[in-house]
Design a protein around this ligand. Structure first.
Ligand code: SF4
Length: 275
């Protein structure tokens, strides 16, 4: 059935390169685990890939080469002794663009997205492209037309484009740090994922009105929440979580099932077979 095939399709390819920029910006431990294990994608990952792939295909269809636009080009270069590839979503007017589907409005470019587009810019330069700027186009798939009409502070469009200067030195610094780490991981010695790589969210203390779900204030500590508490309000503890690692039942990391760090931090016995 087309629907099922579309959801199960995984077109991601690094075109025979040793590392893709996407991989290098992710945790080295994932590179290590991928060496000998298959990724098992969750419903979330499959859906996210489906949305992203559909959007890229649509934008590629509407690219006009006669106007100097180049879409979906994978470029390779030897960096720190490794064959690294990066995917250019769009190149035009000496600018490298990256498309991102997101689930909340963006008021600025996320640093990890800036890192990625600068690294792609650097690889593009090594392939003869002239690069002066980088840009990320965010498409918010949760945008609601009705809210945009009723609330003038709500984004009036589902997309936002952020144009930034290209920083070659920044890209070189990132790649010089990431490539040795990933080579070490491939050799069998990965470091643990950091809390940032696990998308660790801290525990917060929400001050809410009795019976309400929306917090009037989020505090970093219970003591701070107690100090600010007014009559009729309660403190609700919202436990932190490693959002990307998730739980054995629901992980965004397609390698959690075989990850020793995940088992350790989830208090699963190391001898437990892959779940
Ligand atoms: S499950 Fe978590 S700790 Fe393990 S590789 Fe994935 S992100 Fe890293």
């Amino acid at each position: 059935m087309p629907f099922v095939r579309a959801m199960l399709r995984n077109d991601y390819s690094k075109d025979g390169s040793q590392f893709s920029v996407t991989e290098l910006l992710g945790p080295p431990q994932r590179t290590y685990l991928k060496r000998d294990n298959k990724e098992i994608r969750s419903t979330y990952s499959m859906f996210a890939a489906f949305i992203g792939t559909s959007m890229h295909a649509t934008f590629e269809r509407d690219t006009v080469e006669s106007e100097g636009e180049i879409a979906e080009r994978r470029v390779h270069a030897n960096v720190c002794g490794a064959d690294v590839s990066g995917q250019i979503d769009l190149y035009c007017n000496n600018t490298i663009y990256d498309y991102k589907t997101v689930r909340s409005p963006k008021s600025k470019i996320e640093s990890k997205h800036y890192d990625q587009v600068c690294c792609n810019g650097y690889l593009a330069e090594l392939n003869g492209f002239e690069v002066e700027q980088v840009a990320v186009i965010y498409i918010d798939i949760t945008w609601q037309y009705s809210r945009s009409v009723l609330d003038s502070s709500y984004p009036q469009d589902p997309w936002r484009i952020f144009l930034m200067p290209y920083d070659r030195e920044h890209a070189i610094t990132i790649l010089n740090k990431a490539i040795p780490e990933h080579l070490t991981a491939l050799a069998g010695n990965p470091r643990d994922c950091t809390s940032e790589e696990q998308w660790q969210k801290p525990t917060v203390y929400a001050i809410t009105k009795q019976g309400a779900t929306r917090a009037s204030k989020l505090c970093d500590s219970y003591a701070e929440a107690q100090e600010l508490l007014k009559p009729g309000q309660i403190i609700e503890t919202r436990p932190g979580a490693r959002t990307f690692c998730g739980t054995p039942q629901n992980s965004m990391c397609a390698l959690a099932y075989c990850c020793p760090q995940f088992k350790r931090e989830s208090n699963i016995s190391p001898s437990t077979p892959d779940f």
